[in-house]
Design a protein around this ligand. Structure first.
Ligand code: ATP
Ligand code: ZN
Length: 287
């Protein structure tokens, strides 16, 4: 492992690749040569990317070939390697669920007793069955798990679901959600201090990008007599910026509002007499 560079493993092609590259680019990190190579150097940041199948990333990180990696939490838990999950990245959200044919009358987990369950997550399925004292036959299949009940190869499946469209298309219904997953950053627990500090810098950028996408910049006009009330409704990073307008007795207020309580704040502001409310996205947020 080099000391002056952070080696980061990301998925070569699949449902995580676009999100991973987009996140890096939002952090100001561009890639020198394309994804057709095994490795690529970043421009403007001491980072080298390795493009791998997501299944292989935990092992490469455990072995120290890469210092860190981006992949789904589902795959990290399935592989159970000596790596630490250090940050949730908020994309490629999905869940790991049990599904059965639509016409089956599912009566809770006991319905899975002595059944054949197909999955590409045998370790996590084994854990789930053990936790609930269910004995069932695990069929480990690496792709197209959803078709197995229709072919008479399994009675149920344990698979990744996002919209549920694939399940529906195969005549299945989701009956148990076992794990909520999203892309995460993993790292080797004992990184050299120099590499650790590059990783910290990258995480600082990632957090700024995430904060920005969770917040909006808001501009509004308010008459002088309503200023105190309106200011009390604006959360802001510290306190809102207030600027006098050309029209006497009117002010422009600027602030930052979190996505979570956005509509409630807007409703309250309108009621309090705010006018000409403008909301704009924030690109980066350094606090
Ligand atoms: P690879 O060739 O790298 O092994 P793969 O076929 O195992 O790829 P993908 O289908 O690209 O994997 O999925 C990668 C990860 O993306 C999954 O492990 C999961 O975390 C997430 N994911 C899977 N399906 C979805 C989905 N429908 N929506 C969002 N995220 C998903
Ligand atoms: Zn995979």
């Amino acid at each position: 492992m080099k000391n002056d560079t952070l080696t980061l493993a990301i998925q070569k092609s699949g449902r995580l690749s676009e999100g991973s590259i987009k996140l890096l680019s939002q952090c100001g990190i561009r890639i020198q040569n394309g994804r057709n190579h095994l490795k690529a150097k970043a421009i403007g940041f001491p980072l080298e990317l390795i493009f791998l199948r997501d299944d292989d990333i935990p092992q490469y990180v455990e072995d120290g070939v890469a210092a860190a990696g981006i992949l789904g939490l589902n795959e990290v838990l399935e592989k159970n390697k000596k790596v630490s999950v250090i940050h949730s990245l908020g994309f490629s959200r999905c869940r790991l669920s049990v599904a059965v044919p639509k016409h089956i009358e599912y009566q809770g987990r006991k319905s899975l007793q002595n059944k054949r369950i197909a999955t590409s997550y045998p370790a996590l399925l084994k854990q789930f069955l053990k936790k609930h004292a269910i004995s069932a036959e695990i069929h480990h299949i690496s792709g197209s798990v959803e078709v197995t009940p229709g072919l008479g190869l399994a009675d149920a499946i344990f698979e990744i679901v996002s919209s549920g469209g694939t399940l529906l298309g195969n005549g299945l219904k989701e009956v148990e959600t076992v794990l909520e997953s999203e892309a995460v950053m993993i790292a080797r627990p004992d990184l050299p201090p120099a590499v650790e500090s590059i990783l910290e810098k990258l995480l600082f950028r990632i957090r700024s990008v995430q904060k920005a996408s969770n917040n909006k910049y808001i501009l509004l006009n308010a008459p002088k007599e309503k200023l105190d009330l309106i200011i009390s409704l604006l959360p802001g990073i510290k306190s809102p910026t207030i600027m006098p307008l050309a029209m006497k007795g009117w002010y422009s207020l600027h602030s930052v509002v979190s996505e979570d309580d956005f509509w409630q704040v807007i409703d309250n502001l309108k009621e309090a007499g705010a006018e000409g409310i403008l909301v704009v996205p924030i690109e980066k947020m350094i606090t």
